[in-house]
Design a binder for this molecule. Structure first.
Ligand code: NAD
Length: 267
């Protein structure tokens, strides 16, 4: 039986750690050729590529800053050169620069918007340009290409002390929906994944002590922290033709975090 993503080539941004790493691994395990984008930790990206290739997969590592226009163009050039085409973009890179509003510097505001929102725009624009012109051959193509934006439950849940991050994720929600509407006629699907609390370096303080974890679990009806693989499985499905009629939506992978858990005990 053919693998779910056989004949697909995918770019995963920020793939040298956390959710991006798990997504890259899962796409490769499903048969995709994967471009492992990283910003600065080339060793970890190389190690992931080695692992994928060791498992008979196809992967390359490419350095690029997703908030830099020229870097993003080069990322797609190198990807197209390596694998002949791009079918899937998983726009996963993200940063947090937390501060109460009165203490938030313009630099910390700008960095988060630049990486988490403008980075989504630059990568999506490049993907659409290429999806539109590349020939639909070599796979039973239903879509001309598909984009998955890594959003967050904070695309809908307000987050005090993190207004830059929540603003960027709220922006990602409407970027996803508006872009999906714009390019659907080109057979391009655009969706987002909204992870809840996933065990990665970005939120280490929220899970690496018993006290912090206990506090976190009160926000998660399903009763456990999420693992990067929980998100990766959703990404594989959204990237595949199994999700062919799915566009313009956000898939919440959050153990119920967005279900107003404080109302459980409020009846
Ligand atoms: P992470 O810190 O492990 O991953 C973020 C990745 O983005 C890193 O590999 C980093 O190098 C990369 N990156 C940062 N700036 C970049 C740039 N300018 N160009 C290219 N890459 C850049 O954390 P993670 O949890 O795996 O985060 C991945 C995505 O998931 C982020 O968009 C984050 O907002 C989102 N998310 C995470 C959680 C969670 O609980 N961990 C929840 C919701 C959403």
């Amino acid at each position: 039986k053919e693998q779910l993503l056989a004949h697909h080539a995918a770019i995963v941004t920020g793939a040298s750690s956390g959710i991006g790493l798990a997504v890259a691994e899962a796409l490769a395990a499903a048969g995709a050729a994967v471009v492992v984008n990283y910003r600065s930790d080339g060793d970890r990206a190389d190690a992931l590529v080695e692992r994928i290739v060791g498992d008979n997969g196809r992967a390359i590592a490419v350095q690029a800053d997703v908030s830099d226009e020229a870097d993003v163009a080069r990322l797609f050039d190198v990807a197209a050169e390596a694998f002949g085409r791009i079918d899937v973009l998983v726009s996963n890179s993200g940063v947090q620069k937390d501060a109460a509003v009165a203490d938030m510097s313009l630099a910390d505001w700008n960095t988060v918007i630049d990486v988490n929102l403008t980075g989504q725009f630059l990568c999506a624009r490049e993907a659409v340009r290429r999806f539109r012109v590349q020939p639909c051959k070599g796979r039973p193509a239903r879509s001309a290409g598909t984009i998955i934006a890594m959003s967050s439950v904070h695309e809908i849940i307000p987050w005090a002390g993190h207004i830059n991050y929540a603003a960027a994720k709220g922006g990602t929600r409407m970027l996803t929906r508006s872009l999906a509407q714009e390019v659907a006629a080109d057979s391009i699907r655009v969706n987002a994944i909204a992870p809840g609390a996933i065990r990665t370096p970005i939120n280490k303080d929220a899970w690496d002590s018993d006290a912090a974890l206990e506090k976190l679990l009160r926000l998660i009806p399903y009763g456990r922290i999420g693992e990067p693989e929980d998100v990766a499985r959703a990404a594989v499905w959204l990237a595949s033709d199994q999700a062919d009629y799915v566009t313009g939506t956000t898939l919440f992978v959050d153990g119920g975090m967005s279900l107003y858990p404080e109302f459980r005990d409020n009846g």
